[in-house]
Design a protein around this ligand. Structure first.
Ligand code: 4HQ
Length: 257
């Protein structure tokens, strides 16, 4: 299914590079993805095209005005069709692959990019249906966050990644970090490609990759193992990693003076 994304921003030109290169460019050419960029300033009605204003109660900074934002969204997004209108903000639910998959199931989305201190609270009450954060850090605006969301969702749309067997589409590898990858040459500065990958033995290669995925996940993101779909063989391998770790810690304790 194809996806249309309407993006509301004060800085539509920020999107040019990311949307007109590489995979997002191809996704649009194929018709899998279409993007409507909407400049919130086009929906202002005063002489100076004012999109932001000082906060009631003081404290400095600027707040995006309710009228232009609501006018822009209501002019573009059809009402009553269940189109999610998503505000990018550190106060939203955290964006994960599961959220990307959820969004890839819609035919249409709207992304609202705040700038400055954020948007007048009444924008949320009137038109926002969901709020997403791309992580616990503070950006200068929602534009880069919107691009992250578009990128992660677009690659899940049917046909966008040429290879239908691309590693993370295979549910087997779901929830784990990737195993190491190698390409030619077989030796470089004394570093060799693992022998098994040159062996042509498909079953042994699959097992090696699976184990290296589990090893990396154990070392770098053990939290992911709680939700990853693991087989009994995976769990046994994980126990050998855990036992090796216990031995290393015991040796380290023995060395203590
Ligand atoms: N901002 N995930 C403040 C973010 C952000 C994030 C966007 C900064 C909105 C007003 N957005 N503006 N993290 O930091 O999505």
């Amino acid at each position: 299914m194809a996806l249309h994304v309407d993006i509301f921003t004060l800085f539509p030109e920020m999107f040019e590079g990311p949307l007109t290169e590489s995979i997002l460019k191809r996704a649009q050419e194929m018709g899998a993805l279409s993007i409507g960029l909407h400049d919130i300033r086009d929906y202002t009605t005063d002489r100076h095209h004012t999109a932001d204003d000082t906060p009631y109660g003081g404290g400095g900074g600027m707040v995006m005005k309710v009228k232009p934002l609501v006018a822009a969204i209501e002019a573009v997004v059809p009402p009553g069709e269940g189109v999610p209108v998503i505000l990018l903000s550190p106060q939203g639910r955290v964006f994960t692959q599961a959220v990307a998959q959820e969004l890839a199931g819609y035919g249409r989305l709207a992304l609202v990019c705040g700038h400055y201190e954020g948007v007048d609270e009444r924008v949320r009450e009137l038109v926002i249906t969901d709020e997403i954060s791309i992580g616990d850090y503070v950006l200068t605006g929602g534009e880069l966050a919107a691009m992250v969301v578009v990128d992660a969702v677009a690659r899940l749309l049917p046909g966008v990644l040429g290879d239908p067997d691309a590693p993370d589409k295979d549910s087997h590898a779901a929830g784990l970090l990737e195993h190491p990858h190698y390409t030619r040459p077989p030796q470089y500065r004394g570093l060799e490609v693992p022998e098994v990958l040159l062996s042509g033995h498909a079953a042994r290669i699959d097992e090696w990759r699976r184990r290296e995925s589990i090893r990396r996940t154990w070392q770098r993101r053990p939290d992911l193992l709680l939700d990853a779909p693991l087989t009994e063989a995976d769990r046994e391998f994980l126990y050998t990693l855990a036992e090796e770790e216990i031995k290393r810690r015991e040796e380290a304790t023995d060395d203590e003076p």
